[in-house]
Design a protein around this ligand. Sequence first.
Ligand code: ADP
Ligand code: ADP
Ligand code: MG
Length: 666
Amino acid sequence: MFQKILIANRGEIACRVIATCRKLGVATVAVYSDADAGARHVALADEAVHIGGSAVAQSYLRGDRLIEAALATGAEAIHPGYGFLSENPEFVEAVEAAGLVFIGPPANAIRAMGLKDAAKAHMITAGVPVVPGYHGGNQDAGFLSERAAEIGYPVLIKARAGGGGKGMRLVESAGDFAAALESARREADASFGDPACLVEKYILKPRHIEVQVFADSHGNVIHLFERDCSLQRRHQKVIEEAPAPDMPPAVRAAMGRAAVEAARSIGYEGAGTIEFIADGASGLREDGFWFMEMNTRLQVEHPVSEAITGLDFVDLQLRVAAGEPLPVTQQDLAIDGWAMEARLYAEDVPKGFLPATGRLRHLRFPVATAFETSAVRIDSGVGEGDEITPFYDPMIAKVIVHAPTREEALNRLSVALAECQIAGSVTNVEFLARLAANPEFRAGRVDTGLIARHLDTLAAAPAAGDLVIALAMLAGHGMLDGPASADPWDTLKGWRQWTPARLRLELESAETRIDRQVEMAGPGRFVVQGDSGTLDLTITVLGGGTHAVTWNGRRMTFGIARGPGAVTVFLQGQTSDFGLPDDLAGFEEGGAGGNAVIAPMPGLVTQVYAASGDLVRKGDPLLVLEAMKMEYVLRAPRDGVVQEVFVPAGTQIQDGTILIQLTPEE
Ligand code: ADP
Ligand code: ADP
Ligand code: MG
């Protein structure tokens, strides 16, 4: 085993690798960019090396600096994590040329699977079923559109260098093909520096089922069962589970065999995943799954497979890389229970899952949701006070649960998500919680269209009720501050012995001002007028931002997080953010909304479709913004005439910038 390794990554996966290294007594070297100087992975590692600027091209993609850092610190091997350089064969060769070990597959195995077109050709030779389509080198748009017509619509355009769902477009009919191809190429070029695309049949009612494999340098190849990753939006995974619901043992065995064969045929070593697309229209069948791609690295969702096999995959990766044989054989393996993982992101769900940024001024994860320990596993790369920057993937944490049955795992997931409290950035936590409660998902009827079908209910943010508003009002104005104590007499301020004070307090929610009359009726007792009646509340401080409220004979605990100009209330799994008016100068002029197209996040304007004088209809695309390597189309907020376009294509803009102004309505 190695004495010391360097981890060429950041965030949760760097922290995850460090955890296993600690267990094995392997020393760790972290690397960091400017933006990550105070990051959690840096604090957890035994030592850390600064490798450059915040942009990934200046740091985490600088193979030369990573190798220099490993040599300078005496590390023997490099763990690449996922993303960044993890699937880059030239990096693997450079690592090896420097006399270091790459903790991952050989460069040639990565190369064989690196481009989706070559990988498919290879799998056909190895006898693994592949989705019908065109995987060749001719990139002429007219030629590709003819191939699409031959394959039959709907078709899927994919970047051959693609990953993470980028550069992928579903095309329903021939008329949309040219525009979709252009957009896919642009995204592929921006993300991977390679615009080439392939076209394949779009499988209806598709399920994404992938098989985890491990291979060592002694010729042993095993699979560690499947994961179902069908819950996706924009081809990105949202909740993953292992095993797959309603998986017949014969299909499991067939997929496992195909996956092992695929890995063996390319001389694979280490951890890998074979992704299959399965026809889920009428139950899984032995002839109803096709190879999509191989991910030649540890996958984001590996923890669900760790949970059901009881194995530590980073431990296995290190052993295999150090030349040891796999410590388990296929016969040793069995599935234990059911596991689920939800990807918790800083993103604005109602705004179309826009990546968000912000300082996490309050961050609480569930410690355990049952009396057993480790009922919940949280893999996270951030702590309270850390910032989600626009430079990297906005993941906050992976919430992982394991239980004897699928139903119990789902219940635990719901409880765990309800206990996550995050303030300082919008997140998808409530979306995940609604998804975990979705009846189709709970029944195991999953396919990659499930989220889109239920988007309205999954993305709907319920309006805050009287109770939440009252609590936010009191907390926002400092009336719930005080030491933890069961006795309200000596805790809460605001109450004056000599007179019941009456105040009008204000808050802002979704750009509207709310004001309420509040009467301080006794120690810890507040009478707050609401929209549908008056609430008589008694509040005690429990400590750590947690309080209890009693009204009408009911009692609930709730969380509070104050920030400059903002207060957040956490009640029963619902997060409600409010602004405090004094801190929000200029708020009243916000009326430009209907007349202006405003950047919802920082990014690069890549296309401008509108010019001044244009007549536009509500919903017309006006420009394309690229952020976090994804494209977002900004549309006309109403019918009207374009008065002015403020930004040419190629402009890097800040969040909140006015991009296009429409002529004011009469
Ligand atoms: P898959 O390739 O099957 O989608 P994963 O979901 O594990 O597998 O991740 C895909 C790859 O894309 C990973 O290497 C991950 O680091 C990267 N990735 C995922 N989401 C983002 C994102 N929002 N921005 C940049 N990279 C991402
Ligand atoms: P990436 O490298 O971006 O992960 P994949 O080829 O793995 O690309 O596909 C990502 C997702 O797109 C899959 O998980 C699946 O939901 C969907 N998908 C891919 N190929 C097809 C197909 N032929 N038919 C239907 N859906 C597909
Ligand atoms: Mg994939």
